[in-house]
Design a protein around this ligand. Structure first.
Ligand SMILES: *Cc1c(COP(=O)(O)O)cnc(C)c1O
Length: 368
């Protein structure tokens, strides 16, 4: 039996009629951009994140970019980013012309280490961008305390952690503005590209609304040099349906993680996910670490088990960021993670048998 890295089947098949009916309503409404479906979804997702406002945009990268733009972050400003993240976090900072200041993660949780923030803050620092990597909430209470002490904004990258929480607060609710992605493979995924900004600040929500729609609030009157980055009606309608199932899918992910934890405890040199006190993990990805990552991945592939590496090259060593002049060895924790992490199959509806099959193939790899 093959175990793919990701399968949409068990998630999408049971809601097929519900989703197609929602799409048919958009078809019949004959209003395809910025209509009732987007307004409804924005309200629902804001409530889900426990914030006052949600602004739907075209994708997660735009959500990050427009959030920084709404805060007037630009050339000369510094933005603290994790040294180990998907490159989108860094790209948003580059788009506004600001400077990335990477900070290393806690090697256990893979999330931004709040204890290292203060040393990275300078008079030019404007924003801290924590990323809830793999679905685990960062220690937001600690990060917010540092931000308040230094009068900095926080922009959460919540692309991987919809529904996670820290000390009872939802991810996407802590920062001044927060970004998320509904890329199909994310925990709440559209059937194409989509994203959103969440915030409690009415004025900033309005600014993101203007920025996403050509800098315009009133048709054909443009206040600022805006973008075309709108969440479309079809995706919003699909997302509203899927949001109703998100908590059930999250608990399935957490059950699968618990099965992995039990089956893989003490196997070889494997390091299993560690969840920080007060934080929850919604397991967008179930990531283990081993010094024999390449060989294990190959072994699993031969046994029909799909895996991926998130991510093989940290942003500072990407060709795209050569011009910033970072060197190998400069962010050793991120570099070590890039060489040792491996993401195991994880999706809502994955069966206990499939989890056991993956675990058995891993145990077989490591000598007893
Ligand atoms: C997916 C992702 C993004 C970007 O989202 P898109 O919708 O693909 O633009 C940003 N940050 C992180 C951490 C992500 O995982």
């Amino acid at each position: 039996m093959q175990v793919p890295f990701l399968s949409f089947g068990p998630q999408h098949e049971p809601i097929r009629d519900e989703v197609l009916a929602a799409m048919a309503r958009v078809y019949d409404a004959q209003w395809y951009v910025l209509g009732q479906s987007v307004a409804d979804f924005e309200q629902q997702f804001a409530a889900y994140c426990q914030v006052k406002h949600c602004v739907g945009v075209a994708n997660g990268l735009d959500a990050l970019h427009l959030a920084l733009k709404a805060l007037n972050v630009g050339p000369g400003d510094e933005v603290i980013v994790p040294s180990n993240t998907y490159i989108a976090t860094w790209l948003a900072v580059s788009y506004v012309g600001a400077t990335v200041v990477p900070v290393e993660p806690d090697p256990a949780t893979h999330n931004l280490d709040p204890a290292l923030l203060e040393a990275a803050i300078t008079p030019r620092t404007r924003v801290i961008m924590p990323v809830h990597l793999y679905g685990q909430a960062c220690r937001m209470t600690d990060i917010m305390a540092v931000a308040r002490r230094h009068n900095l904004h926080v922009v959460e990258d919540n692309a991987q952690a919809q529904g996670a929480s820290c000390d009872g607060g939802r991810t996407g609710s802590f920062g001044t503005l927060n970004a998320t992605s509904f890329y199909p493979g994310k925990n709440l995924g559209a059937l194409g590209d989509a994203g959103a900004v969440t915030t409690n600040d009415e004025d900033l929500a309005r600014q993101v609304r203007v920025l996403r729609n050509y800098g315009s609030q009133q048709k054909y009157y443009n206040e600022v040099v805006g973008h075309n980055s709108r969440l479309d009606e079809l995706q919003a309608a699909v997302l509203s349906v899927k949001l109703g199932h998100l908590d059930a899918w999250t608990s399935q992910r957490q059950q699968i993680a618990a099965l992995y934890n039990e089956a893989l405890q003490g196997v070889g040199d494997l390091q299993l996910p560690v969840v920080a006190a007060g934080c929850t993990h919604v397991y967008h990805l179930y990531v283990v670490r081993t010094r024999q990552r390449e060989a294990l991945q190959q072994h699993l592939q031969q046994r029909g088990v799909g895996t991926l590496i998130h991510y093989p090259v940290p942003p500072h060593l990407q060709q795209a960021y050569q011009h910033l002049g970072f060197r190998a060895g400069q962010f050793p924790v991120a570099e070590e993670l890039a060489q040792t992490v491996l993401s195991l199959p994880m999706w809502p509806g994955m069966s206990a048998e499939q989890v056991q099959q993956v675990a058995a193939a891993i145990r077989e790899f490591f000598p007893a």
